[in-house]
Design a protein around this ligand. Structure first.
Ligand code: GLN
Length: 485
């Protein structure tokens, strides 16, 4: 029998409905893989009994032809999603032992579509980071690592690594400035951050509320489409979730892209862009052209401010969101002689270095006297960045860029550790899209000379994930590969 864990969701669905294997057998093979690959540190909590129980229910639904869209599909869930009665920590000391009494809307939707949950996935603490090294559970190893361990990217590093290593059929991720796309690129898998408002944020532990979005990480474009169809939709519990209808994304895959205009932003040819990535960027444009698309140059002139703007707005919102962890109403407590001392002790012990750095930057830029100079200014430039995209999309339908300026780097890389700015620079191609609230998908385009995967990013207009999926499926078919080589 073929290894069930190497199947895509679409293939597994077909195998289940043809009774080639049962939902329990499928889940058991993932559980075995999860156990065999524990050294990758992708899961921070395994829930095999729960997954098997859910698989049994799925099988009876499949038998009676009453299964949902993801009936019997085993998933991994990023530890930022509150899962009812399953510990949810955001990989932070301050939430260790927190067992939510409720389910996030996105995971509730996945459950009601019939998916089963193998466990919670590792991530950067509170989703702050780009290498998964800020987790209290330690770093995840990228399954593509050769002699030295490489990072899987972050913050959804556990999600991307688990999908790449066939430890789950697909996973949930969240993306505030690149956290779905960058790890997908580093691990050779596919992930989409949908338009801001497409998925409900209810029950997702907040980092930066005007940027946070949930999305899937999966093996293929089709699997991402299937997952996103289930995860999306308006939710009365999140006033920023959109009422715009959710299309059947999987319907547009493979459709002709003749006449589609693909924009190449000239400002993304940044210094330090790896030559091999630049080569694949040209190749991807060429492939789309051969398939009938038209390549046009576009300009996003405010790109150079994107990182500065993001690293003001995201920490500002984070410092406000994280104020709730005071050791009193919420989060772990470390006692002190006075109330103030208890706050200080709890937060000192509960938060890691990167989170503290963000809180300090955030409170600084929001403080009286600096608010106008930093925060308000950043909001104004954010508007200009969004306007850049609105103007560019008058000339094109989808924008094509690399996902990251480099391939995966080593765990503990000195240049990243000694200067956090270097880590932040890795987000150069992803943050502006988050600031503009647009959908963007990263897919694996090829390997570099060290045999490591590189990703391409396709960006769409707000709520036009369909064009992104359409172009991505064509590119995937012509250029991509599947699985760790
Ligand atoms: N790397 C970025 C940061 O550290 C993005 C994180 C994210 O998207 N959650 O803020």
């Amino acid at each position: 029998m073929t290894d069930l864990t190497s199947l895509t969701i679409a293939e597994a669905k077909s195998g289940l409905s043809k009774k080639e294997f049962s939902a329990v057998e499928l889940t058991e093979s993932y559980i075995k893989n999860m156990e065999n690959k524990r050294s990758l540190n992708a899961f921070v909590k395994e829930t095999p009994e729960l997954a098997l129980e859910q698989a049994k229910i799925s099988q009876s639904k499949i038998n009676s032809d009453s299964g949902g869209k993801l009936e019997g599909i085993p998933l991994g869930i990023k530890d930022l999603f509150c899962t009812k009665e399953i510990e949810t920590t955001a990989c932070s000391q301050i939430l260790k032992g927190f067992v939510p009494p409720y389910e996030s809307t996105v995971t509730a939707k996945l459950l009601s579509a019939g998916a089963n949950f193998l466990g919670k996935l590792n991530m950067d603490e509170f989703a702050m980071g780009g290498s998964n090294e800020t987790s209290i559970f330690g770093p995840v190893t990228n399954p593509w690592s050769k002699a030295t361990p490489l990072v899987p990217g972050g913050s959804s590093g556990g999600s991307a690594a688990a999908v790449a290593a066939d430890m789950c059929a697909a996973a949930t991720g969240t993306d505030t400035g690149g956290s779905i796309r960058q790890p997908s690129s580093f691990c050779g898998v596919t992930g989409i951050k949908p338009t801001y408002g497409r998925c409900s944020r209810y029950g997702i532990i907040a980092f930066a509320s005007s940027l946070d979005q949930a999305g899937p990480i999966a093996k293929t474009v089709e699997d991402c489409a299937l997952m996103l169809e289930v995860m999306s939709g308006h939710d009365s519990k999140d006033s920023t979730s959109s009422k715009i209808m959710v299309p059947e994304f999987s319907k547009v895959l493979g459709q002709n892209i003749k006449g589609m205009r693909i924009g190449i932003p000239k400002e993304y040819r940044v210094d330090g862009l790896n030559q091999e990535i630049a080569g694949y960027w040209d190749k991807a444009a060429q492939i789309l052209k051969e398939q009938g698309a038209e390549i046009v140059e576009v300009s996003l002139p405010h790109t150079k401010y994107a990182l500065a703007v993001y690293y003001i707005i995201a920490p500002a919102e984070a410092s406000s969101n994280l104020a709730r962890y005071d050791g009193l109403r919420y989060g772990n407590r470390v006692n002190g002689d006075t109330l103030d001392e208890m706050y200080v002790n709890s937060r000192t012990a509960g938060f890691g270095r990167e989170v503290k750095r963000r809180i300090m930057i955030g409170t600084y830029v929001l403080s009286a006297g600096y608010y106008d100079a930093y925060y308000i200014k950043a909001q104004k430039v954010r508007r200009l960045i969004r306007q850049d995209f609105i103007d560019a999309f008058k000339k094109c339908d989808v924008i094509l860029t690399p996902t990251t300026p480099t391939a995966a780097f080593a765990v503990g890389d000195k240049t990243m550790q000694q200067n956090p700015i270097n880590m932040w620079l890795n987000d150069i191609f992803t943050v502006s899209i988050s600031l503009a609230g647009l959908p963007a998908l990263s897919l694996p385009i090829g390997l570099n000379s060290q045999g490591l995967p590189l990703g391409m990013q396709l960006i769409g207009r707000a709520f036009d994930e369909e064009s992104v999926f359409k172009a991505s499926s064509v590119l995937e078919k012509e250029a991509c590969f599947r699985g760790v080589k």
